[in-house]
Design a protein around this ligand. Sequence first.
Ligand SMILES: C[S@@+](CC[C@H](N)C(=O)[O-])C[C@H]1O[C@@H](n2cnc3c(N)ncnc32)[C@H](O)[C@@H]1O
Length: 240
Amino acid sequence: MFGETTELATFESVWERAEEIGSPHLPKEQGRILFEAGQNSNGIAVEIGSWLGRSTALIGCGVRNSGGRLYSIDHWNKIAGGIIESDLDIWERWNSMVEDWGLERFVVPLRGLSHEIAGGWDSKRKPIEFLFIDGFHGYLETSPLRFPELWKKAYGMTSWKIGRRKIPMEDYAPIFPRGVKLDYDAWANKVCVGGILIMHDINRPEHPGCTKVWKEEVIDSKYWTVLIDSDGFGMARRNY
Ligand SMILES: C[S@@+](CC[C@H](N)C(=O)[O-])C[C@H]1O[C@@H](n2cnc3c(N)ncnc32)[C@H](O)[C@@H]1O
């Protein structure tokens, strides 16, 4: 549909296709804001948390319109030296989406833990004009990673692959730090002055960690001017 076209994509044409990409929760009105933020960013955009790529497609088409570039960060189930084997291969699905949409030249995957990737990011060469945070939704955790039974069933998660070994899901739980606080601390200060921060799933009772970071770090901060503070979506512009 889009391929290597030089025509600018409209939000409506992008959404018609993007809503077919499975997503935990990204409704049309939020999709529009992501697309427009990508389109207005005119340079480098970064998203933390891509899953199958609904937000990637929306921001990616926005940055393609403006000639910018999106860096998509996700571990895509490759965590702490292991890979989760699953019927739903989210890494494969995300890559096929990018290829089908003709976004390869505009979207770059960075596979790994967001705070580790932040360590190698060169802010001078790559000042971020738009940052979208939608990764792990707890505030800050270091406990062993275990998935709810519902997820294991829904996505057909069967085992961990570590080197050549296969280990049943229930017998392995990697320990590593993760959380919205970690993502915010590692990435928000890389947003340039005048740049945009969007945080997903704030102000929702089921995600207190996202709301806590939004309230502690953004609301009433001299560094940010809040533009949207709604149910599920926070947007702010960096002042200095
Ligand atoms: C809520 S989903 C993202 C949804 C996506 N933005 C969309 O439009 O559908 C969260 C994603 O964050 C990823 N993730 C969670 N913790 C992470 C971390 N510490 N580093 C990198 N990715 C992480 C998960 O693999 C998952 O794909």
